[in-house]
Design a protein around this ligand. Structure first.
Ligand SMILES: Cc1cc2nc3c(=O)[nH]c(=O)nc-3n(C[C@H](O)[C@H](O)[C@H](O)COP(=O)(O)O)c2cc1C
Length: 191
C-alpha cells in the first residue's frame, strides 16, 4: 500500500527536557512521564481481534513488548476506553500486526481516521484458521492466544501466547517518536 501522507520527520519543537523540573510551574508526574515517553521511540503495530458476536476490531498500539521465548509470548497495554477492550476483556485472542512505513495511512486510520469495522476497509486483511483477522503485508503478523490479563491504572495488560507468525514484507519499521511517525535511517550505527 503506497502512503499518501508525507513520511518525513515533523519539525522539531525544541523541548528542553533538562528544565522540565525547574520551571515556575513544574510539570506534574503524569505530564513529566508523557514528556519523557516522547523520547522513547516505539514501533507501531495494529492489534486485531474478533468479538464474541463475530465483530472485528483493530487499533493502533505501540505499548507492545515481547515477554519471553519460553514460551514465545508478547504483551500489550490497552486503555479500557478503547472500542477493542470489551472483546479483549471477554478473552478474545488477538494478532499483533507489526507495521512498515508503507502502512502510515493505515496506522492513522486505525487510531483516529475511522471507527469500528470500517477500519478494515483499508489494507489487505486475511483470516487465520481460527477466524482472527491479520494484515497480509505486515512485517510480521503475530497470532496469539490470550493467556493472561492484568489490570493496572487506566489500562489492562494482555499477555498472548504466540501460536503462529506470518511474514508479509521486508523490515522497514514504522516508528512513533516525539509525537510523530518517523522511519528509520537505512544504515545501522556501528559503535
Ligand atoms: C502511534 C499510536 C500508538 C498507540 N498506542 C496505543 C497503545 O499502546 N494502547 C492504547 O490503548 N492505545 C494506543 N493508541 C491509541 C489507540 O490507537 C486509539 O485510542 C484507539 O484506536 C481508540 O479508538 P477506538 O476506541 O475508537 O478504537 C495509540 C495511537 C497511536 C496513534
Amino acid at each position: 500500500m503506497k502512503s499518501a501522507l508525507n513520511l518525513t520527520r515533523a519539525p522539531r519543537k525544541q523541548i528542553d527536557m533538562s528544565n522540565a523540573s525547574k520551571t515556575e510551574t513544574p510539570l506534574n508526574t503524569a505530564d513529566s512521564l508523557r514528556l519523557a515517553m516522547r523520547g522513547l521511540a516505539k514501533s507501531v503495530t495494529l492489534i486485531s481481534t474478533t468479538g464474541e458476536s463475530g465483530q472485528r476490531h483493530v487499533m493502533a498500539a505501540s505499548a507492545v513488548t515481547p515477554v519471553s521465548m519460553e514460551p514465545p509470548s508478547v504483551l500489550f497495554c490497552v486503555n479500557r476506553n478503547a472500542s477493542s477492550y470489551p472483546a479483549l476483556f471477554a478473552g478474545a485472542d488477538f494478532c499483533v500486526n507489526v507495521l512498515a512505513q508503507c502502512h502510515l495511512d493505515l496506522a492513522h486510520y486505525c487510531s483516529v481516521g475511522a471507527k469500528g469495522e470500517s477500519r478494515f476497509d483499508q489494507g489487505t486483511w486475511l483470516k487465520d484458521e481460527s477466524g482472527l483477522p491479520y494484515l497480509a503485508d505486515a512485517q510480521a503478523a503475530i497470532i496469539c492466544t490470550q493467556d493472561y490479563r492484568l489490570p493496572y491504572g487506566s489500562h489492562d495488560v494482555f499477555f498472548g501466547l504466540v501460536s503462529t507468525v506470518h511474514f508479509g514484507c521486508e523490515i522497514d519499521p514504522l516508528v512513533y517518536a516525539d509525537g510523530a511517525y518517523i522511519g528509520l535511517a537505512d544504515q545501522a550505527l556501528i559503535p
